[in-house]
Design a protein around this ligand. Structure first.
Ligand SMILES: [Zn+2]
Length: 200
């Protein structure tokens, strides 16, 4: 097959982009920061995707109101760096913290196991939401060390948690109590991380 002289160089350019340049761009600090911002925003609403699958998932499904979707996404998109997982952990944790603000844990406020069980966790739903939100915030800061180093992971994660959490609590939940609970959860989970930031 006849090739023009430029074709070969073009192919090399593309493969170089895919194997060298693209990972470098994806792993750069600005790209990782963008990934944290975008995925924390998207995952603010991810847990309520159970409303689309009500046939098999009750609302406030234990599957979507957990860190399982984040783990799956982070695994499949791992070559794009830890920013995606960090953002997804933050968004999910903010949503679950806001879900803790429930006057009474009945009906759709409870966390439900999927088919074939379809049973609610009852008042243990508080424990479920708290544990997943707490673990999500803490894991976000630990995971973000790979993108931003020990010194900057805590400030980046904390700033995103407060900013996205305030927006979500204020605009989506329209509740000052939700904003305060999100802040409290972020502070509680991220407090031990300050030692790492000081050590760096
Ligand atoms: Zn929810």
């Amino acid at each position: 097959m006849y090739r023009k002289p430029g074709d070969h160089a073009g192919r090399n350019g593309l493969s170089r982009w895919l194997t060298t340049v693209r990972p470098e761009v994806a792993q750069s600090k600005p790209s990782q920061l963008l990934a944290v911002a975008v995925f924390s925003f998207v995952f603010l609403w991810m847990p309520d995707i159970d409303l689309v699958f009500l046939e098999i998932l009750h609302h406030r499904s234990a599957l979507t109101h957990s860190l399982i979707p984040v783990a799956i996404l982070s695994w499949f998109l791992r070559e794009w760096g830890p920013g995606i997982g960090t953002g997804a952990l933050l968004g999910t944790s903010i949503h679950l913290s806001a879900d803790l603000v429930t006057p009474s844990m009945v009906g759709f406020a409870q966390v439900w196991l999927p088919e074939p069980w379809q049973i609610s966790l009852g008042s243990c739903s508080y424990v479920w939401l708290f544990a997943n939100a707490f673990a999500g915030f803490a894991a976000a800061s630990i995971y973000a060390r790979r993108s931003f180093g020990a010194k900057w992971s805590l400030p980046v994660v904390f700033a995103c948690a407060i900013l996205a959490g305030s927006l979500y609590g204020w605009i989506n939940e329209q509740s000052v109590v939700s904003v305060l609970v999100i802040w409290l959860m972020a502070i509680l989970a991220l407090w031990p991380e300050r030692r790492w930031a000081n050590r760096a």
